[in-house]
Design a protein around this ligand. Structure first.
Ligand code: FAD
Ligand code: NAP
Length: 315
């Protein structure tokens, strides 16, 4: 088989781009990154990032990611602006199937397709996403220091993030659609005992409203249809998360490599999956901190591991 890539990188967010930098700069000569949209990943949706080490001052996610592709291309990374439909392995060779059904073959694959926070589906949620509606308290909580915020959801993430936000904000309205929580009992107890958290139960967001400056509040509706207007500049939505693992699903519905019950890819400390030559990095892996810096770190680790794998395979 001719023209086999040394490494195919699927996804061009912080993990994929860093994997591209490390594989090419580390000596792999034939590496292509497949990205269905603009490179940069989900952080490009963020109006401000202030926790990427060494980057001070006001910077948008787009600004942060802008130079990354150019840096990779300097070392030889090729960029294919395509969606990948499926990754397969036959013998030692991987096949990457693009959405136009064309096939690419590779000795190794680093999959970095990230994850997508679920949207709750209320009016204004999409319009104000990144402008007051957020799905990341670690990222955006600090913008509401000394202010009030609302949190939507009743699982572990919502309650843990509500506790985190209560340390920064003056008050957290925890809006949940039932009167019992899915979260661990101890977390529920800590939330119930926290004076800064007000529980708004049996209620769902009806509408987030605001203006050109961002969110001004969220209207929530209870089971009787009563509307309550909660005036807050920040609304955090934690209604679950979907791992973008579709490319790993095989014809028979099984996954190419081991995943846990939430669909997150199981990796070791070298980002190796259960399939030799297949690596996973960033938000899609187990126990991902879901941060740009850790996704980039994963990409570097996976890139280094892929170089060793290809060297051993071919020499
Ligand atoms: P992603 O960034 O999700 O990148 C995955 C890439 O894969 C995407 O570009 C996608 O288009 C591509 N892709 C997916 N499927 C396919 C396919 N089938 N074929 C081809 N390409 C595909 N983190 C911080 O550290 N600090 C912050 O302040 C911060 N703020 C955030 C604010 C917002 C609004 C959001 C949404 C996230 C924020 N995060 C922040 C989290 C951070 O963006 C993620 O942790 C990080 O981007 C994960 O990187 P990744 O490379 O694993 O995945
Ligand atoms: P989750 O457990 O699926 O909880 C999602 C929450 O959002 C539920 O309370 C759900 O309500 C609510 N919800 C869903 N769709 C909604 C909508 N459209 N509008 C309003 N509310 C909606 O998600 P998660 O909290 O992200 O947790 C995911 C998994 O990770 C879980 O297994 C969790 O245990 C685990 N996790 C564990 C830890 C930990 O162990 N420390 C921390 C975080 C996450 P209902 O309850 O009514 O369905």
């Amino acid at each position: 088989m001719s023209n086999i890539l040394d490494c195919a990188i699927v996804g061009g967010g912080p993990a994929g781009l860093t994997a591209g930098l490390y594989t090419t700069r580390g000596g792999l000569e034939n590496v292509t990154m497949f990205e269905k949209g603009m490179p940069g990943g989900q952080i490009t949706q963020s109006s401000e990032i202030e926790n990427y080490p060494g980057v001070t001052g006001e910077i948008t996610g787009m600004d942060l990611m802008m130079p990354w592709p150019e840096q990779c291309q300097k070392f030889g990374l090729k960029h294919d602006m395509s969606e990948v439909k499926q990754i397969r392995k036959d013998g030692d060779i991987f096949t990457v199937i693009k959405s136009d059904d064309s096939l690419i073959h590779a000795h190794s694959v680093i999959v970095c397709t990230g994850s997508s926070p679920r949207r709750a589906g209320f009016a204004g949620e999409d319009e104000f996403f990144g402008k007051g509606v957020s799905t990341c308290a670690t990222c955006d909580g600090f913008f509401y220091k000394g202010k009030e915020v609302a949190v939507i959801g009743g699982g572990d993430t919502a309650l843990e993030e509500a506790l985190y936000l209560a340390k920064i904000c003056t008050k957290v309205y925890l809006v949940h659609r039932r009167d019992t929580f899915r979260a661990a009992p101890n977390t529920v107890k800590r939330v119930e005992e926290n004076d800064k958290i007000e529980l708004v139960l049996n209620s769902v967001p009806d509408e987030v409203y605001g203006d050109a400056m961002g969110v001004n509040g969220v209207k929530v509706k209870d089971k009787e249809g009563n509307i309550r207007d909660i005036e807050v500049p920040g609304v955090f939505v934690f209604v679950g998360n979907d791992v973008n693992n579709q490319t790993l699903i095989q014809e028979d519905g099984s996954f190419l490599c081991d995943v846990n019950d939430q669909g997150q890819v199981i990796v070791d400390l070298s980002m190796k999956t259960s399939v030799p030559g297949l690596f996973a990095a960033g938000d899609m892996r187990i126990e991902a901190p879901k941060q740009v810096v850790s996704a980039a770190g994963d990409g570097a680790v996976a890139g280094i591991a892929a170089i060793s794998y290809v060297d051993e395979l071919l020499n």
